[in-house]
Design a protein around this ligand. Sequence first.
Ligand code: FE2
Length: 295
Amino acid sequence: MLPPFPETGKIEVPSELARELCAAAERLPLYENREFYSPALQMHVLDQICGDCRDGFDWLINLIRDRMAEQPYCALVYGLQFDEGNRLFVALNRAFGELVARPYEKPRAQLVHYIEPATDIPSSRGGRESERLHTDTADWETPVEFISMVCVRADPDGGGRSRVLDIDSVRDEVKNQLGAEILELLEREPVPWQLAAYRGGGLKWRPVLTEHSICWRRYTIDLALDSNLARLSRRMLASLDAFEEVVSTSARTIEFLMREGELLFSDNRRTIHARTPITEGASDRLMIRSWIRAC
Ligand SMILES: [Fe+2]
């Protein structure tokens, strides 16, 4: 059994503050999801909610920031009450940077992104891509710094449990199981990443690991290699296979079930994440997610 989310990363919001934050959000007009693409509107929503309950809002943001700065580089927040129009969610995210997304294309892409089993990408290697540990936006020139996610409805059968593995654990596992040489290779030798067509396409070369960060989505490297515009040595290809095996079987991965109203913030440079499988067609699991460009 994998270890649960560590107590040190959890934050419990007092019920009075939760009520105040939700009430502040509800004093704002309702906005269309599409309108939230505007950084100015995001900032307006932040200013209004933060202005209405400054001390409590700052207390919460500082705690999330502190938790994300420490292993396992994510924070799990309990006790919040969210408004129907995602205004509180946008404000909390905007406190860490600008919310960014793929261009609007409902239901696959929205700024406040709705994650449902039906919109998951099937993996050519079986299952769903979201079941393999990865960083988000590996197909962007510079991947986003933070991800946040709220559980709206958990899977009734207990599927879709969240998994997170942090960079320090990844480095330890690689060093212990594959050796310092492979660790050094993964830091030193860049690999090709196929950039998203909606970001202009092309390839970006960058290593999988640095001393303090990780970028990992095998699928995105495979797309670059399939394009025939990039090649890797046999040694590097074998190292990527071995790396994938090590991270996907690590006993240091934490696993936990997010329940309704719980909010997860994670550092997308220092964690990889996945979810456990969900029974196809039987689940109405719904999560909302946002990508945050730190600024
Ligand atoms: Fe993801």
